[in-house]
Write a protein that binds this ligand. Structure first.
Ligand code: ZN
Length: 133
């Protein structure tokens, strides 16, 4: 069902500060930034190999990333797996009794179509399915 790790989402309090670490210490070049209105986040994309690190800073104290940091501190917030056909993947997961946060795909950063699985069904990890054309 899933092909590869598309990206790893990391929640940070301050995107510019975190970027300094990734760029200057680890030497990963930022591939661009984007504001996601729906998720209330500012995102920085850091391509590495054939995957990507996605740094997420909340733009709103009620956003999901702000709530995540409040509860668990900064750190890995989600893992995104690439799928070819997101509708088909969601249907298969539902048939297998997996609890979905998104029963229909929505648009995420970079124009990808995404859907989240509920961490209660995934051993505590917020999993994102990600379809890119
Ligand atoms: Zn993501």
């Amino acid at each position: 069902m899933v092909n590869k790790i598309d990206h790893i989402g990391i929640a940070v309090k301050n995107l510019d500060e975190a970027l300094k670490f990734y760029e200057e210490v680890l030497g990963i070049k930022c591939g661009g930034t984007e504001v996601g209105e729906e998720q209330k986040v500012k995102v920085a994309f850091l391509p590495i190999g054939d995957t990507e690190i996605e740094l997420l800073e909340s733009t709103d104290e009620d956003g999901p990333v702000a709530k995540f940091i409040e509860k668990r501190g900064e750190g890995i917030q989600h893992i995104a797996y690439r799928v070819d056909d997101i509708e088909k993947a969601i249907e298969e997961l539902k048939e297998k009794g997996i609890r979905m946060i998104d029963e229909k795909p929505r648009y995420g950063a970079g124009g990808a179509r995404i859907a989240f699985l509920h961490p209660k069904s995934t051993y505590g990890v917020l999993i994102e399915l990600c379809e890119r054309k």
